[in-house]
Design a protein around this ligand. Structure first.
Ligand code: CDP
Ligand code: MG
Length: 138
């Protein structure tokens, strides 16, 4: 099934000049870019994006990290795009991420882990319109 999913190249990866390398991983995995932009979230916006984690102990730090610098936000499209992106990203903790995955190559630690990917159709349904109106998707 052709799906759309939301990815973020996080501030740690943007700062280390890994945007191009990470986008190449997406394309090599068969994901097509349907929308893309760079922006710098406020702490409040980052907290709203990750609202599902509001009760988690890492929530405050996560909002601070995600608003510390610019990010690149993308809608990726392809066959089983949600699972395909998650596989390409690797595990949340880079110590557990399979070799060759984006997080194995670019993540610093469990928080500063280079990329985000929607984890379900429900989360993609919240996350894609959080950043992109229909007119910006191609
Ligand atoms: O991003 P992913 O879906 O793999 O993981 P998550 O459990 O949805 O957590 C969202 C984000 O919170 C992670 O990608 C990390 O940046 C951060 N996090 C953290 O700082 N400490 C943890 N123990 C777990 C997640
Ligand atoms: Mg998640």
């Amino acid at each position: 099934m052709v799906q759309r999913t939301l990815s973020i190249i996080k501030p740690d990866a943007v700062r280390k000049n890994a945007v191009g390398a990470i986008i190449k991983c997406f394309e090599d995995a068969g994901l097509r870019i349907a929308a893309m932009k760079m922006l710098h979230l406020s702490n409040e916006e980052a907290g709203r994006f990750y609202i599902v984690h509001r009760e988690r102990p890492f929530y405050k730090d996560l909002a601070a990290f995600m608003s510390e610098g610019p990010i690149v936000v993308l809608v990726l499209e392809g066959e089983d795009a949600i699972a395909r992106l998650r596989k390409t990203m690797g595990a949340t903790n880079p110590k557990d991420a399979a070799p060759g995955t984006i997080r194995a190559m670019f993540a610093e630690n469990i928080e500063r882990n280079a990329v985000h990917g929607s984890d379900s159709e429900a989360s993609a349904g919240y996350e894609i319109p959080f950043f992109f109106p229909a007119i910006e998707m191609h």
